[in-house]
Design a protein around this ligand. Structure first.
Ligand code: ZN
Ligand code: ZN
Length: 174
């Protein structure tokens, strides 16, 4: 997926990009991804002086492994996208503020790596099948969304037990 920056800036006319992308190369190796659909990119590119600004939304349907119960966690990711490109050589005083401006040496800006990066960053770090997933019982492995196993779930990490006592003392003693 790419845009012709030279033409965009010369004509000053916004361009709409609607494309589907196969992300197998990027996501195929992810163990936590059970399946994923095609990426849909809905972007527009416009010229802002000598800069081409590409922005819009990327959407992707993914099924990940729930981090609590290991069941399927389906999610429709909506990823905002915005990147700027210019063919102008970097000027010395443009520093800091323009760190998001990508310098290109050809007429075209290749969007794919930026799209892939945006998707990669948007994948949930701790996917959940549902907000209140009860997860697997650490004692017997039962999926507690399906049934109660009756194991004591009051166990507290021994490193935190002292801290819990401390809170108990302060709350019981007004
Ligand atoms: Zn779950
Ligand atoms: Zn249990």
């Amino acid at each position: 997926m790419r845009i012709n920056v030279k033409e965009l800036i010369a004509k000053g006319k916004p361009v709409h990009l609607q494309e589907s992308m196969d992300l197998s190369g990027l996501l195929g190796g992810r163990q936590d991804l059970l399946s994923f659909g095609e990426l849909k990119a809905d972007l527009s590119a416009r010229a802002d002086g000598e800069v081409a600004v590409v922005e819009g939304t990327l959407t992707l349907h993914v099924t990940m492994e729930c981090s609590r119960c290991l069941g399927p966690a389906e999610e429709r990711l909506t990823v905002p996208f915005r990147e700027s490109f210019t063919m102008e050589p970097a000027s010395a005083d443009s520093g800091g503020e323009q760190d998001e401006l990508h310098q290109i040496t050809e007429d075209f800006a290749e969007l794919t790596p930026y799209v892939e990066e945006a998707v990669w960053m948007a994948l949930p770090f701790v996917p959940l099948c549902k907000e209140d997933c009860k997860g697997l019982c650490p004692e017997c492995g039962t999926n507690r969304n399906e049934r109660e196993c009756g194991c004591s779930t009051e166990r507290i990490d021994p490193r935190l037990a002292g801290l819990a006592d401390l809170f108990k003392d302060t709350t019981e003693d007004p």
